[in-house]
Every structure is written in structure tokens, then in C-alpha cells.
Design a protein around this ligand. Structure first.
Ligand code: LLP
Length: 434
């Protein structure tokens, strides 16, 4: 199951067996819609690709943290990579096991460390020695021993957008490769810390294999050395597997990673596995992965309705009811999202900018793009919006957060109702100057 989860049927775009035209009519726009079977399918593909090594998948909660999405992944057996106490709370609310959580991030607070220790997380992935010293102190006060791994910065160029590249020395992430042995040596002397693993993550939306191979080959010998010296049990290679954002629909979301037409895919999951598994197998360690985008990115779309067509002297603008506050990726990372009308195109097309209602020049979804025609009143879909979409949405311009809907076969379920202005105003009203 899961093939072509977003496809045209009887002239309208469907998610699995659900007609998105009627979904947009019923629930309004903007609306995020996710395909449950695509999420399951992607999880399964990755799990399968790694079958020959001892491994664990730690879904990166930051990519899409809706409780129902997490619940679905709990059911698949996933662990979770979290970056805040809030994300841990979400995993627990979704029925997940804290003992299968790794806790990343450069700025963990005392409250977050205490919470994670109390819940018994699998491991803190620490980003500095200072942090480990602090974790040791907090653990000591609680009469606990904290499981800790260091994140090593392998100084590898991930060749992705500079805002989502993390594995170079100039990035704030991890401990320099040259200092890592000393960091472990000093941490091994702390009384309330147990060295459990080694972690790395070189960036997000990587579309070639080479940086992964380079990083794994560089860091695997270190992981083995740490296993022999300190008895660490896991090596996490992070997330970062990129997805196809361009010409998404033609190939079908789950097909983008299939093994057909390998030459046309920038990086398939089996190529990824075939590249890294041989090196990882040699380490004899449990291998963890922290995929976010790969699992949910192509499993979601943002539905929005065209409000106006504005013909300027230089350009034609199609103004839609979603804005950069709903999906910030184009504005922040120059991210590309395919745009398709929900009613199957008649074949006519024209060069347009699709823009939102927010008062910012950066509030656009595409510029000078040849798009199939759609008219005011019609709904369209921004594709590949399942990762870093809703989670990065804000109330800028006092715009309520969109509804989130999960489709599973023929069922569509609201998994987060559209926010109301009353929701937005409640806490301020109770605190308002009198
Ligand atoms: N592990 C760590 C330590 C991370 O920092 C990240 C993502 C992941 C795993 C998951 O990476 P993924 O498999 O999703 O590439 N908002 C940006 C992406 C930020 C990624 C942050 N870290 C975007 O929309 O492109």
C-alpha cells in the first residue's frame, strides 16, 4: 500500500481514497493534509533497507510533531529524536516510550534535563563538554546516572542550503572532531554520567550520497575506538536524507524513493543504505538514525484557496489564503514546493507568482513559475509540505493556525482543529491592561 498516495482520480486530486476538493470544501483552507499510509510506507522502507544491521529509527519529532502523527509512528515501533522538553511531552502524550528517545540540541535547560532524567530517556546527545558537566551535576542532585553521547562535528560539507547545513566546523553544532577523544576522556571521569553512544548529523535535505559516506567513513573508526575504550553501545548517524520536491506528483510521493529509475532519483533509500551499511556493520554498534523529512515530507500537502488574480504591469499574482506564516520554507530556505490545482488541469498554463496575504515581500510560494491555470475560488495544493510545515507555522499577522487532517485509506480525520481567534486571544485577554 501507499503507492501514489496523492493522485488525480475522476478529475480531482486525492489523498489515498479521499477527494481533496471536498475535503477543502468541508474543512476550509488553509489545511494541512497528511497520508497515514505514506508515513507508514516510508518508515517501513527505511526499516527494511537497514534490516541487516542492528538499528533503531529515532523519528525527528521537529519535522512534524502532531500527536496523531507521533501515535502512528509509535504503532510502527519508532523511537524519537527530541530537541526540547516539549517534544518529550508530546511523545509521552502520544503513548511513546521515553526509553526510546534521544535528546538533541545545543541549549538544554535545567528543567528539560530534569524532566528527561525523570522520564528515563535513552540518551542525551550532548553538544558540548559544558553541557555534559551540567547534566552530570543535575543527575547527581537527582541521585541518577545520566546516559550521554557526544555529537561530533565531522567537518563535512553537506552541500545543502546554508541554513540547514550543520556538519561544518563553523556551525554551532557538536564537538570538533579534533577534540572529541579528550571530551570523552574527561566525561568518563564524571560520577553521574554514563557514556552510551556517539552521534552526528551533518545537515538536512541532502540529495547526494557522497557527504553521508564521507562522514560515516570518517567517524566510524572513532565510534569503534569509543566502544573499545568506554563501552559505548550506539552510533547515531543522524537524519538528513533529502526528498524530491520537484515534479513530485508525476512520480507519486512514495514512488520518489522506489528503486525504479534510479538514475532519475537524486538519492534513493536503498542507495543510501547500500552506501552506509557496509561501513556501519563493521562497527558492531547499534546504529541509530534520526530521519524527519524522509518519513513525513512527501506525506503531506497544504491546501489553500485562490482569492484573487492580480495582473500587475510586470507580473501576474495569484493571491491565496495561505501565507508564509503557514508554510515558511520558501521564504526562509528558498524552498521549492510544487503547486497543483485540485481540479485536474485542462492543459492551459501561465507564468505566475503565487503569493499569500501576509504583509511581507517574502510572502510567496513561487515566483515566475509556469503553472497550470486555476482561478479565484479554486483550491490548490502545495506539495511535499508534511515536514517543517505546520511545526514552523506562526500567528504572524494574527492568522490562526491551519487545521491538520490525517487521511487513512478512505477516512479523513481532523487531528488538530483550525485555531480560532478566541484561542489566540484567550491568554492575552486574561492578562490585558485594565
Ligand atoms: N537530527 C538532528 C540532530 C537534526 O538537527 C535534524 C534536523 C534531524 C535529525 C532531522 O533531519 P531531517 O531528516 O529532517 O533532514 N526547517 C528546515 C530543516 C531543519 C532541520 C533541522 N534539523 C527545512 O524546512 O528545510
Amino acid at each position: 500500500m501507499g503507492m501514489h498516495s496523492f493522485h488525480y482520480q475522476n478529475g480531482s486530486l486525492h489523498c489515498e481514497d479521499v477527494d481533496l476538493v471536498s475535503l477543502a470544501d468541508t474543512h476550509g483552507t488553509p489545511a494541512y493534509v497528511y497520508s497515514a499510509n505514506t508515513i507508514r510506507d516510508h518508515y517501513g522502507r527505511l526499516d527494511q533497507a537497514l534490516a541487516e544491521i542492528d538499528h533503531g529509527i529515532e523519528y525527528a519529532v521537529k519535522a512534524n510533531s502532531n500527536l496523531s502523527v507521533l501515535k502512528l509512528l509509535v504503532e510502527e515501533g519508532s523511537g524519537f529524536d527530541i530537541v526540547s522538553g516539549g517534544e518529550l511531552r508530546r511523545v509521552i502524550e502520544a503513548g511513546g516510550d521515553a526509553g526510546k528517545c534521544t535528546f538533541a540540541g545545543v541549549g538544554k535547560t535545567r528543567e528539560e534535563i530534569e524532566y528527561a532524567l525523570a522520564e528515563g530517556i535513552y540518551c542525551f546527545n550532548a553538544e558540548s563538554e559544558e553541557e555534559v558537566v551540567f547534566i552530570d551535576k543535575v543527575a547527581g542532585e537527582m541521585g541518577k546516572v545520566a546516559p550521554v553521547a557526544f555529537r561530533v562535528n565531522p567537518n563535512v560539507d553537506a552541500k545543502t542550503h546554508k541554513y540547514i547545513s550543520t556538519g561544518k566546523s563553523e556551525n554551532k553544532f557538536g564537538v570538533d572532531f579534533a577534540s572529541i577523544d579528550d571530551a570523552y576522556a574527561r566525561a568518563s571521569k564524571l560520577a553521574n554520567v554514563r557514556l552510551r553512544g556517539l552521534q552526528m548529523h551533518i545537515g538536512s535535505q541532502l540529495t547526494s550520497l557522497q557527504p553521508f559516506i564521507e562522514a560515516v567513513e570518517k567517524v566510524a573508526p572513532l565510534a569503534v575506538r569509543l566502544k573499545d575504550t568506554y563501552g559505548i553501545e550506539f552510533f547515531s548517524i543522524g537524519g538528513g536524507v533529502g526528498i524530491v520536491y520537484d515534479s513530485a506528483l508525476e512520480s507519486g510521493p512514495t514512488e520518489w524513493w522506489s528503486d525504479q529509475d534510479e538514475d532519475q532519483r537524486p538519492l534513493t533509500i536503498s542507495q543510501y543504505a547500500a552506501g552506509v551499511v557496509p561501513v556501519l556493520k563493521e562497527t558492531g554498534l547499534k546504529i541509530l538514525l534520526e530521519p524527519g523529512r524522509y518519513i513525513v515530507g512527501n506525506a503531506g500537502v497544504l491546501l489553500t484557496r485562490c482569492l484573487y488574480e492580480k495582473k500587475g504591469s510586470a507580473k501576474t499574482f495569484r493571491i491565496v489564503d495561505a501565507g508564509m506564516n503557514d508554510l515558511i520554507r520558501p521564504a526562509l530556505y528558498e524552498g521549492h514546493h510544487d503547486i497543483v490545482p485540485l481540479r485536474e488541469s485542462t492543459g492551459e498554463s501561465s507564468m505566475v507568482d503565487v503569493v499569500g496575504p501576509v504583509c511581507e515581500t517574502g510572502d510567496f510560494f513561487c515566483q515566475d513559475r509556469e503553472l497550470p491555470d486555476f482561478a479565484p475560488g479554486e483550491a490548490i495544493a502545495l506539495l511535499s509540505a508534511g515536514a517543517y510545515g505546520f511545526v514552523m507555522a506562526s500567528n504572524y499577522n494574527s492568522r490562526p493556525l491551519p487545521v491538520e487532517i490525517l487521511v487513512d485509506g478512505g477516512e479523513a480525520r481532523v487531528i488538530r482543529p483550525r485555531q480560532t481567534m478566541d484561542d489566540i486571544l484567550a491568554s492575552e485577554k486574561s492578562a490585558m491592561l485594565s
